[in-house]
Design a protein around this ligand. Sequence first.
Ligand code: FAD
Length: 644
Amino acid sequence: MQYHIDGFRPGDPDVLPAAPGHRRPGDPLPATVDVLIAGSGPAGLCLAAQLAREPRIRTMLVEGKLGPMEKGQADGISVRTMEMFQAFGFAEKVKREAVWINETTFWAPGATADRLERVARVQDVPDGVSEMPHVLINQARVHDLFLDVMRNAPTRLVPDYGLKLVTLAVDPAAGAYPVRVTLEHTAPGREGQTVTLRANYVVGCDGARSNVRRAIGGALHGDAAHQAWGVMDVLAVTDFPDWRMKSFVRSRDAGTLMVLPREGGHLVRIYVELDRLREDERVAERGLGAADIIAKAQRILAPFVLDVKEIVWWSIYEIGHRLTDKFDDVPEHEVATRAPRVMLAGDACHTHSPKAGQGMNVSMGDTFNLGWKLIAVLTGRADPALLHSYSGERRAAAKALVEFDHRWARVVGGHEDEDGADPLPRVAREFVANLPFTCGLTVQYEASALTGAATHQALARGFDIGKRLHSAPVVRLADARPMQLGHCIEIGLRFRLFLFAPDGDRGAPGGAVASLCEWLQHDPASPLRRHTGAGEDVDAVIDTRAVFQQGVRELEFQAMPSLLRPHVGRLGLCDYEKVFCADTRGGQDIFDLRGIDRGAGCIVIVRPDQYVGHVLPLAARRELADYFAGILRVGSGAPAVAAS
Ligand SMILES: Cc1cc2nc3c(=O)[nH]c(=O)nc-3n(C[C@H](O)[C@H](O)[C@H](O)COP(=O)(O)OP(=O)(O)OC[C@H]3O[C@@H](n4cnc5c(N)ncnc54)[C@H](O)[C@@H]3O)c2cc1C
């Protein structure tokens, strides 16, 4: 991480200098805000943590509950989400605290009536798909980490607890602050009191019963599996051998159970199949409770013994797979005439079973997609029409999830194989086949202004256009530090241009990398010149970095083009962290790992949300300029918020 850029600052570098005039706890509610977020679940907090870093944007997060979550709900963090956490700066902390899921086991009735046997055991994360592990940790801890980022950001953003969004109305004809919002107090003594304010944008992260969704006329469509499940976090004593492994257990006639070890070495979550529901029946009508979950778990696990010492949290739920038609307030027939003002994210626009561990991940994925777009629009760097891409990109990702979840919930809850044989090997087979999906790695955005065509994909076969950047090891030239290339991406709205040098190119003048850098830095047609504001650092919007094929001892940092050694910040200090070499000693050469054309080299454009926007030849200047012209305004870098 880089700091001291604008002068020495003692203390914790994660605590950024406060912006003047930021709102303080206890200050009255503002009459207007740029972004109002409803709901402090994973979706809302992930968005708030990004916006909090931008002092020019006035963000407010309202939460109907009276304080932060302490336990319960989701716990699965996919490898893709861990990659995203890296950009927020807390992946290492999660790695230390969380339990790592390395193997998954499958249990079925044994040959004799009173036995359970382990029938399969598989690797949980395929080799090489990510540098990150698959982990489990309490959703509340994830909330805490986002809250830390918000609190430490220049705006010192904290949620307004005890306030729920009741309704809203959009006046498309209004200029600034066209969304009128009604909030209601929920704290004891103030229940029912309402207050109104106006916002430029409202994001409904208010869960499956979203008021924001209702206010814009959205509805969740889909179906339910009519099956009750219980989930419980326990501290327990058992002789079940795989208590610290993720395990699927199917009993002969008592149903199915999943074991999920949790953080801290002792806590375990169990998902337990309970009763079948009638078509017209709601799960609450059964009156099931914690004792039912434990009793059923004991029956499924028998002859192993389960002695629950402490129930930490439990819930009973019914599986539903549902999706809204649109993740914003603009119907298809109005897309050409107006930009969105209200967006939905997370459970507010898609719901699914917890069994594939995707709810929290996909919800955060939604607002990781939206955060940089809102920042770009509100700081005047992009046209508000950019916000249309949010619903397009994320609805497709959510649709794939809901469809997958539909199949997967039936496989896990299935009692018979297609041919009537034991279903567990089928569960294991499907589990392995679906691993890229559950790792969060199959999302691929379609070709659009943000995602280039695959014309030059062969130049870097391992950086799929439209998928997230698959990081790989490199060594930083200036200090010989081995690191992951993807870890130089931090939250915000900066795009990255990774220049992969062709064979023999050492960064010297006349070479492909130096020529491109020269053009990027000085030519009026270059996207850096066109989209960076006067007086801004050269990497303020488009951050150019290069990776060379030679080892660190073969290159000289001072011989690099000046664009790769920019002087930035208030003091004009040199940035030493933009040039990398292949990791030739570790046998993990990024050019081989990611199929980069060694003869030609290439440009890889990475969006602020870590997705690959384009792969281009090093000489493709017009295409490079066109890509950014399709997203960013010319001469942008506006100092104030552009509301409309
Ligand atoms: C009871 C419960 C149990 C769950 N159990 C599991 C599980 O075992 N495993 C799993 O993988 N997933 C589970 N989930 C799902 C998982 O938690 C969600 O997929 C994930 O949290 C979605 O994140 P979100 O931010 O979209 O919504 P949520 O986490 O639901 O957050 C929505 C937030 O908005 C607040 N809110 C609601 N209405 C308003 C309003 N009008 N104004 C302001 N604030 C509002 C809510 O209080 C809440 O804090 C569970 C969800 C619930 C509700």
